[in-house]
Ligand binder design. Structure first.
Ligand code: CA2
Length: 144
């Protein structure tokens, strides 16, 4: 069975608990439930990982090859705009990767307009709330 790795970056564990005007009322548990349901429907396995630490995310991506991951869906959160390390890890593993964002990063502050991850991702989905994850997961299935 093909395996999709979903990575949630820093502070996404706070989803639904703060900033509802930007990120809505959905919780990370709610997003994960949706992803597990999608995986079941499409007969793939899903591994879900959240970390507030850049190095842990880098190691998770690096270990994906050994764990026979077929595609990665990642919301790098604030690291989207700062992390050369996460970008390099994605480029190095050569596993098709879809970048997702709940909010439209291009309609927000200027510092969010640049993604260091986008050039090494297969594509990016931004601005559809919880649905961004669903669209990202479906895009990843299309890359398997
Ligand atoms: O829109 C997205 O998904 C982001 O990746 C979310 C990041 C932000 O830094 C990116 O620019 C865009 C922030 C994730 C933290 O989410 C929170 C949720 C609730 C309360 C506080 C933060």
């Amino acid at each position: 069975m093909k395996r999709i790795l979903v990575i949630h970056g820093p502070n996404l564990d706070l989803l639904g608990k703060r900033e509802p005007k930007i990120y809505g009322r959905v919780t990370l548990a709610g997003v994960n439930k949706l992803l597990k349901k999608l995986a079941k429907t499409h007969k793939v396995s899903v591994e879900i990982f959240q970390s507030n630490h850049e190095g842990e995310i880098v190691s998770k991506i690096g270990g994906a090859k050994k764990g026979s991951v077929s595609a990665i869906v990642i919301n790098p959160a604030a690291y989207t705009h700062t992390s050369v390390a996460i970008r390099d890890a994605i480029a190095a593993v050569r596993i098709p990767t879809v970048e997702v964002h709940l909010s439209n990063i291009y309609s927000r502050e200027a510092f969010r307009h640049q993604s260091l991850v986008a050039p090494v991702a297969s594509g990016q989905i931004s601005g559809f709330g919880e649905k961004s994850y669903e669209l990202g997961f479906l895009a990843a299935l299309g890359l398997l």
